[in-house]
Design a protein around this ligand. Structure first.
Ligand SMILES: CCCCCCCCCCCCCCCC(=O)SCCNC(=O)CCNC(=O)[C@H](O)C(C)(C)COP(=O)(O)OP(=O)(O)OC[C@H]1O[C@@H](n2cnc3c(N)ncnc32)[C@H](O)[C@@H]1OP(=O)(O)O
Ligand SMILES: NC(=O)C1=CN([C@@H]2O[C@H](COP(=O)(O)OP(=O)(O)OC[C@H]3O[C@@H](n4cnc5c(N)ncnc54)[C@H](OP(=O)(O)O)[C@@H]3O)[C@@H](O)[C@H]2O)C=CC1
Length: 501
């Protein structure tokens, strides 16, 4: 019997960010391994015209939750959505709900965050720092609370190249930042943002670092731990390989490459691609919850959920495998034949952006105009290039994360727990994982049927023929112009031609 699964039986768990990528997988695994869990409270806001109930219904009826229903048929009764907005004072939770949360919660997993790299500092501080502070305050009023697990990111200290499992202080105290957000207007915040974030690339990593400081400074007597995942990717094994449901991190770029939009990207091919499957992060997080509650470590332990130091893979190998898989299992209706390459300096990047990204988009828009349709490709391409520019920092640097606490925890688990809550990334076969990831992107993100593969291959053949035809026509036109205008070109032509006559 799994000790960890048994620990969660009869517990009341509170999850923030349960509607997000990581939160959903966390909820699924908790229910599947501990079907006798008492309740999971999830703090949810109404969104996109959907009520809380509709949002929960949609999650429970998704493919991700199919297996759970077999082991825990009454799962819908065990999820208790609480209407909450983490941007509001007291999270805008009703008095009755708050009372229930305060008196019943045993474990908190704080996953909610804004993960947007371009979030305004005010917005990022609000969610990644102030909401964390408020949740800690709530937690301090929970008599039954056994553990508070905060999800941060391995990139919160990406300004360093070697990162230990410790909290590194930011020059300005989080309290000062929080205070200043109350009276500074947006234009002044915009001005000071670059100075505050310093050598970090964005407000996301900066505010996640501030969030960690808040956890350290304001957790009082709580039993707290921090999990720091690197780039979270599709599931490795559970509940099935390759599940993914958002465009963050590599997923959006896999689509862009597979559909032939992304032809080149500035990357350091040999830099470590520190991806970590979402189910690995979740297994570690659940184990951390158990360990923190049962062993009550004296200080706040930080756990790196990274792959680089134990089982490294680089961007070159990853890119090749993405392309190899796309060739075997192509995506439907590609814009161009998938053939993404890495560039290593700004000049070649700009060149390929003009030649391989913008020029074909402009030509395609011209064709759309000619056929009476609205041009849209250049706009889409510019958006993609903006996204890539935001991700570039992470594919052009390498970091070394120490994983002593994570390895210590693994050694503390029983063999059964090591199996059920496997977070030993050394067992990951990258080529197999990437193949399943690409397949998962096709099935779960693009919702493409595998029966459409022959048609997709046919489409790629047609694109190849158009490509050859276009290149031949372009060559002939250029050559013809050269012959008309240059004596040297004419001489070369007459020199070559007799050989073939
Ligand atoms: C050969 C292959 C090699 C593979 C090579 C992998 C490289 C792998 C890099 C890893 C990168 C590390 C990541 C750090 C790991 C954390 O710790 S952070 C967690 C991850 N967070 C993120 O990835 C957030 C990144 N995204 C953002 O910040 C924002 O989406 C952006 C990039 C600023 C764009 O903002 P925006 O212009 O307001 O656009 P937004 O409304 O978000 O979306 C606009 C459109 O772009 C699309 N889009 C959004 N994100 C993406 C995306 N990532 N890609 C493509 N399209 C996207 C949306 O679907 C949307 O399309 P429509 O629905 O309009 O058709
Ligand atoms: N994805 C990644 O690559 C990595 C993620 N992380 C960390 O993991 C955690 C989870 O990330 P991930 O699941 O990918 O992110 P998602 O963007 O998928 O999920 C974010 C979650 O936070 C919720 N949320 C955001 N704002 C509010 C609000 N005002 N009130 C209530 N809920 C809110 C979202 O709810 P809603 O559905 O309503 O928007 C959603 O459930 C984060 O802390 C992130 O920093 C760390 C490293 C890498």
């Amino acid at each position: 019997m799994s000790m960890i699964a048994a620990f969660y039986s009869n517990k009341s768990v509170l999850i923030t960010g349960a509607t997000g990528f990581l939160g959903k997988v966390l909820m699924e695994k908790l229910f599947r391994t501990s079907p006798h869990l008492k309740v999971i409270y999830i703090l949810v806001r109404p969104k996109s015209g959907q009520t809380l109930q509709e949002r929960v219904f949609q999650i429970l009826n998704s493919k991700l939750f199919e297996k759970v229903k077999e082991v825990c048929p009454n799962v819908h009764e065990k999820i208790r959505p609480i209407s909450a907005d983490l941007n509001q004072r007291d999270f805008a939770i009703s008095k009755e709900d708050m009372q229930e949360l305060l008196s019943c919660t045993n474990i908190i997993f704080h996953c909610a965050a804004t993960v947007r790299f371009d979030a305004h500092l005010r917005e990022a501080v609000q969610l990644n720092v102030i909401a964390t502070q408020q949740l800690l305050l709530m937690a301090s009023q929970m008599p039954k609370l056994e553990a508070f697990i905060h999800i941060s990111t391995a990139f919160s200290n990406c300004n360093l190249s070697h990162i230990d499992e410790v909290i590194y202080p930011c020059p300005v105290e989080p309290r000062k930042i929080i205070d200043s957000m109350e009276w500074l207007d947006d234009s002044i915040i915009d001005e000071i943002t670059p100075k505050l974030i310093g050598d970090r690339p964005n407000t996301y990593t900066y505010t996640k670092a501030l969030g960690e400081m808040v956890v350290q400074q304001e957790s009082g007597n709580l039993n707290v731990a921090i999990v720091r995942p690197s780039i979270v990717g599709a599931t490795w094994q559970e509940p099935f390989p390759g599940w993914v449901d958002n465009l963050n991190g590599p997923s959006g770029l896999i689509i862009a490459a597979g559909k032939g939009f992304l032809r080149s990207i500035k990357a350091t091919p040999m830099a470590v691609a520190d991806l970590i499957p979402v189910d690995t992060v979740v297994n570690l997080t659940i184990a951390v919850g158990w360990y923190t509650a049962v062993h009550r470590p004296k200080s706040t332990l930080i756990y790196h959920s990274t792959s680089g130091n134990l089982n490294p893979c680089n961007w070159y190998k990853m890119g090749l495998q993405v392309l190899a898989t796309i060739e075997k299992i192509p995506f439907e209706s590609a814009f161009r034949r998938p053939n993404a390459d890495f560039t290593t300096n700004n000049f070649t990047t700009q060149y390929w952006n003009a030649v391989s990204h913008r020029a074909p988009a402009i030509i395609y828009d011209f064709y759309l105009r000619l056929t009476g349709r609205k041009p849209r490709m250049l706009k889409l391409m510019n958006r993609l290039l903006r996204t890539i520019s935001m991700l570039e920092y992470f594919i052009n640097h390498s970091w070394e994360w120490s994983t002593n606490n994570t390895e210590m925890l693994l050694s503390e688990l029983s063999p059964e727990d090591q199996r059920v809550f496997n977070f030993d990334v050394r067992q990951l076969n990258w080529l197999e994982y990437i193949e399943n990831y690409v397949l998962g992107v096709k099935k779960y993100l693009l919702k493409e049927d595998l029966a459409g593969i022959p048609k997709a291959k046919q489409h790629l053949k047609r694109l190849r023929n158009i490509h050859y035809l276009f290149n031949t026509a372009l060559f002939l036109i250029v050559w013809r112009l050269l012959i008309a205008r240059s004596q040297m070109a004419r001489n070369i032509w007459f020199f070559i031609c007799p050989m073939y006559l």
